[in-house]
Design a protein around this ligand. Structure first.
Ligand code: SDX
Length: 382
């Protein structure tokens, strides 16, 4: 690496601008931090637009008209079914395999049955069609695998249910209340996109070699799985379970902070004054706790949130409230990160399409810190 570029090293690429994008902005007003999708503030989108409208916005650049939404929604509902070989595979995969690993496999298998499988990697229209299929099929894959592992009969996708209600019905075998449906739909809207986070970066690097969108999404799923990223929502629930009761919370968090433990669901590489998504979701945690008649988890979460926010200056991120939200929806904790993935696939796909529309191979450098030039000792002397 040439001498003049050694000061370019940023561990974890912190603060490095690696792409230009028109999809999401995390700067907020006057750079105070805030999330916008295609120029719309998340606070203005939340509770107003559905996940379907959000996915259309990200993939097509603007919010859909009523007729555009009708057509898009009809395409998604018609594309929810899975190829039989994938359902058969769910019955053969060891039941102990984590659903995030099975989702990674599922998307790989789905790519083999995609009608556009032979389209050129940079074919914009074909990539959008593939993205729509993945948006439609990933929830079915997550739900079917969950039901099979639990020894429950499959609940087929229902054309009369929207994206959020259909998924909850396929998993739980019953149509959710409007409060549950709306809260789940909102969580999907908030999880859909987040600029150049690790999994989105992974997707963009992958297709920057002119590899295909499915390879990019599989790479992104593998990246999202990690507990420093998407896997944090599952870990955040384990924190609450570990504490167990409100009266244990203060002692637990003070001991954890004293041990300098990393508290899952808190902190963010970009947001330093709080994650707007966490604030929006917290309101729904209270609502759903009331609907299920158990506010214990809210009373456990509050002192932990207060302590980490004030003592470590680390506000909660999106994963802290989403863990409780999904618990109230009776979803297994192993599904929390797959749900993050099935929401984020719209954002990943939008970035993949954007990357391929104006591609340049991504190939950063590394600063060499290994041993200096050495001469080879022949084997007979080693
Ligand atoms: C997501 O990038 C995105 O946009 C991601 C995401 C998206 O929508 O795609 O927003 C989704 O991934 C949210 C983040 C989910 N991850 C977690 O909740 C895991 C816990 N959080 C941390 O691991 C951490 O906050 C990160 C990974 C999120 C950010 O870490 P950074 O920017 O690399 O910061 P760091 O690890 O260098 O920590 C800086 C300091 C350290 O203290 P010192 O060693 O300097 O004394 O802050 C401390 C850390 O120990 N710290 C924490 C902490 N997070 C950072 N201490 C306790 N608990 C934490 N959660």
């Amino acid at each position: 690496m040439s001498a003049e570029s050694t000061d370019q090293y940023h561990p974890g690429l912190e603060g490095v601008i690696a792409n230009e994008t028109a999809i999401a902005n995390l700067e907020g007003k006057e750079g105070s931090g805030g999330l916008e999708y295609r120029g719309y503030r998340i606070e203005d989108l939340a509770n107003v637009v559905s996940y379907e409208e959000t996915a259309f916005l990200l993939l097509h650049g603007d919010l859909p008209s009523a007729s555009q939404l009708r057509d898009f929604d009809a395409r998604l509902r018609a594309a929810r079914a899975l190829p039989d070989p994938l359902v058969d595979l769910f019955r053969k995969i060891p039941p102990t395999i984590h659903p995030m690993d099975v989702l990674r496999t599922s998307v790989s298998v789905l790519s083999h049955y995609d009608p556009d499988v032979n389209a050129p990697p940079g074919d914009h229209a074909a990539n959008v069609r593939k993205a729509e299929r993945m948006i439609a099929q990933m929830p079915t894959a997550v739900a079917y695998h969950d039901r099979i592992v639990k020894g429950l009969p499959l609940v087929e996708p229902r054309g009369d249910l929207d994206h959020a209600a259909n998924f909850l019905n396929m998993v739980n075998g019953s149509v959710p209340s409007e409060t549950m449906r709306h809260a789940f739909d909102l969580s999907l809207v908030l999880y859909t996109e987040h600029e150049l986070n690790a999994s989105t970066f992974s997707a963009r690097v992958t297709v920057s070699t002119l590899s295909d969108i499915y390879s990019g999404i599989v790479a992104a799923i593998g990246t999202l799985k990690g507990p420093l990223h998407g896997g944090a929502n599952e870990e955040a629930w384990k924190v609450l379970e570990q504490v167990g009761a409100p009266e244990n919370a203060e002692r637990w968090i003070q001991d954890a902070l004293a041990r300098k433990e990393r508290i899952m669901g808190f902190g963010h590489r970009v947001y330093k004054t709080g994650d707007p998504r966490s604030r929006i979701l917290k309101e729904y945690c209270t609502k759903l706790a009331a609907e299920v008649g158990d506010d214990r988890w809210e009373r456990i979460a509050e002192p932990i949130e207060k302590a980490v926010t004030t003592q470590k200056a680390l506000p909660p991120n999106v994963d802290w409230p989403s863990a409780r939200l999904y618990h109230y929806m009776n979803l297994s904790i192993e599904l929390y990160t797959p749900i993050f993935a099935m929401a984020r696939v719209a954002g990943w796909a939008a970035h993949i399409v954007e990357q391929l529309d104006h591609n340049r191979l991504m190939r950063p450098r590394a600063r060499y810190i290994g041993p200096p030039n050495r001469s080879v000792t022949p084997l007979k002397n080693r």
